[in-house]
Design a protein around this ligand. Structure first.
Ligand code: MSP
Length: 638
């Protein structure tokens, strides 16, 4: 039976919409889960929502809803976001679920029975308006600025002070418990500084799980929420399921919640007689345009905004490639567009398309049989094997961005291999057919391995490339064995070749890219009244006819231009049209268009154009003129 792998994201607060920071931790988790599945492990990935506490109670009041209505609304938004981003979890836990209260009761009971919970008094400066204690040493409330009152209330405490030695020796025997290392050091020195007992109940508000037998108390929201990692896999309700999954293999968190996860959490677990998790993986924070993200600064990037504008692969790739896990990063659409255009559209996208197109054109879409190896072949093959090893080592250590660097080195090497071997020249010489077959086989096989390695990160594009190569894309087929050289079947048919990663333009994000701004000025329609008048003879000089597009494809290296073959009744013509950003080539086949047929021929990006398809220019975006009734091809427009 395959080994289990249990991983978790934090349980997100549901007082507002998910944003890019939440997306980040979740995307890391999904990438790790997919990688571990590729490695053949039986993965359980858990996420969920943290729905109790004063923060939620207050947000509900502000939004004039009951706390339950508020949490239902935003828990739904989180779920929706993960689905849109292609993120699938095995378990989703909401802390307002009944199975969760049962688990909280159970862990509290175990800790109490072991003698680590006592009733005491909690004192501190309290903000009546905010109904919260302010941090020690503060005289006024950091939230609202009002003066505070010194207050004392009854509270249940957890004897954290007894766990200093236990925790330190646990850290010593598990030096990678917290990753990266700097965070482990930070926690070790914090614990060495001494630990005080912590309050685990509240009486000043009521949105929480009541403590049985003393119902004026509710559990402190962190004690409640951390237990979600257990309740979501059956603790207190399905022990056999729980025992199969626990302890967690890796728990992902942001740097702001490290102390709760690396100190309190293992102590709670030890006190309850449960094993601590194996690793806590700590990620850094994203700023947006150089500043902390906030609604008031106007730089809040909601997950819904991202998901609406961008394919999931682009978001996943940017977040995972741009910074190493642990580091902080800055999000801007400028950096985003630059990164994905260069790495996804230019590098992997183009490499796959040009190789596949050559197989299509020179070998009728069949994977060619390689002949004898020559100079560069062996190097490419061994570099591909080395890359797989480095990729695995880095992914096993959760160094995803480094692993991606390895993958991109192999992409560059494959591109260099094609440039050095010039298959497009080999194709012109019948005597070099075998060499051409070898070069294209090697390139295609490397691309297959690249796509398999990338499948945990950019699953949609990876699957599309694999499908185009004609190989299986189900989970079983993309396993560790798919990373081995040589499994691409000679003679197998490739699928339909289509672009994987279209380029992005800053204009897509409501920002003016220099090119689009110019285009708009140029194409702004003159007011009808200002147009100079012409005679009917002038108009008659322009010959326009009805045509049918019988073939459409992108002009290589251009995002705008499409090469069209148009049937005009008694002849077929090649026309180049600047409609590539508005129309997918495959949607154009069979479409009736108006064609200017007496234009002087012109060359666009090296491709001859014998005419022009007529389109309206709608703020610079072309909209094709078409015919809805039956009409004879070649009929003249007058
Ligand atoms: N509810 C607690 C977690 C309880 S876990 C038992 C919580 N929720 S949160 O919604 O505020 O934050 C969840 C995660 O999002 C944290 O890991 C936090 O670090 C992360 N991020 C929030 N803003 C972020 C950025 N701007 N950048 C990166 N991650 C960020 O804390």
């Amino acid at each position: 039976m395959s080994k289990k792998f249990y991983l978790t994201t934090p349980l997100y607060y549901v007082n507002g919409m998910p944003h890019v920071g939440h997306v980040y931790t979740t995307v890391i988790a999904d990438a790790i889960a997919r990688y571990k599945r590729l490695c053949g492990l039986k993965v359980c990935a858990l996420t969920g929502t943290d729905e109790h506490g004063l923060k939620i109670e207050r947000a509900a009041r502000e939004q004039e809803m009951s706390p339950q209505e508020l949490t239902d609304k935003y828990a739904g938004e989180f779920k929706k976001t993960w689905t849109t981003l292609g993120i699938e979890f095995d378990e989703f836990i909401r802390t307002t679920e009944a199975r969760h209260s049962v688990a909280v009761g159970e862990i509290a009971k175990r800790i109490k029975e072991s003698g680590f919970i006592y009733l005491g008094e909690y004192s501190g400066n309290y903000c009546v308006s905010c109904e919260a204690y302010v941090p020690e040493g503060e005289k006024s409330c950091p939230d609202c600025g009002r003066a505070t009152e010194f207050m004392t209330e009854e509270s249940y405490f957890f004897k954290l002070s007894l766990f200093q030695e236990k925790l330190l020796s646990f850290y010593e025997s598990n030096p990678t418990f917290v990753m990266p290392q700097t965070r482990m050091n930070e926690i070790t020195s914090f614990v060495k500084g001494g630990l005080r007992d912590i309050s685990i109940s509240r009486t000043s508000f009521s949105w929480g799980i009541p403590i049985p037998d003393d119902e004026k108390h509710i559990y402190y929201v962190w004690f409640d929420a951390l237990t979600g990692y257990l309740s979501g896999i059956g603790f207190g309700s399905d022990e056999s399921k729980f025992n199969k999954a626990w302890p967690a293999d890796v728990q992902l968190i942001g740097k702001d919640i490290l102390r709760f996860h690396a100190v309190y959490w293992p102590a709670f677990l030890m006190a309850a007689g449960l094993e601590p998790p194996r690793h806590i993986l700590v990620n850094g924070w994203w700023t947006v345009n150089g500043e902390k993200m906030s609604k008031s600064r106007g730089n809040f990037i909601g997950a819904d905004e991202l998901a609406e504008k961008l394919p999931a692969d682009y978001i996943r790739y940017f977040l995972l490639r741009e910074i190493p896990i642990g580091g902080d990063g800055d999000f801007s659409y400028e950096a985003f567009v630059k990164r994905v255009n260069s790495d996804l559209a230019n590098d992997i996208g183009n490499l796959a398309s040009r190789t596949l197109k050559m197989i299509q054109n020179y070998f009728d879409g069949e994977i060619p049989e390689p002949g004898a190896s020559e100079g560069g072949d062996g190097e490419l093959i061994s570099f591909s094997k080395e890359t797989v090893e480095l990729y695995r080592k880095n992914f096993d250590n959760y160094e995803i961005s480094k692993g991606l660097e390895n993958v991109w080195e192999l992409i560059s090497a494959t591109n260099r291999y094609l440039v050095a071997n010039e298959p497009w020249k080999l194709a012109r010489d019948q005597g070099k057919k075998e060499r051409l077959a070898t070069v294209l086989y090697n390139a295609a096989e490397t691309i297959r391995i690249l796509a398999a390695m990338l499948s945990p990160i950019i699953p949609d594009g990876a699957v599309s490339i694999l499908r185009q190569l004609g190989v299986k894309t189900d989970l079983e087929s993309i396993g560790l064995s798919s990373l081995l050289w040589g499994s691409l079947k000679v003679g197998s048919k490739i699928g339909e070749v289509e672009p994987v990663y279209p380029r992005l333009d800053l204009g897509d994000f409501g920002m003016e890219s220099p090119a689009k701004a110019e285009a708009k000025v140029e194409r702004k329609p003159a007011s009808i009244k200002e147009s100079p008048l012409i005679s009917i003879e002038d108009f008659a000089k322009v010959e326009m006819r009805v045509g049918k597009i019988v073939k459409a494809e992108k002009v290589p290296k251009s995002s705008k231009l499409l090469r069209l073959i148009v049937d005009l009744g008694d002849e077929k013509r090649q026309v180049v049209a600047g409609i590539g950003e508005a129309y997918e080539p495959k949607t154009l086949k069979g479409r009736l268009v108006a064609v200017v047929t007496n234009l002087k021929p012109a060359k666009l990006m090296g491709v001859e154009s014998n005419g022009m398809v007529v389109a309206a220019s709608d703020e610079g975006n072309p909209v094709l003129v078409t015919f809805n009734e039956d009409v004879t091809l070649g009929a003249r427009l007058r």
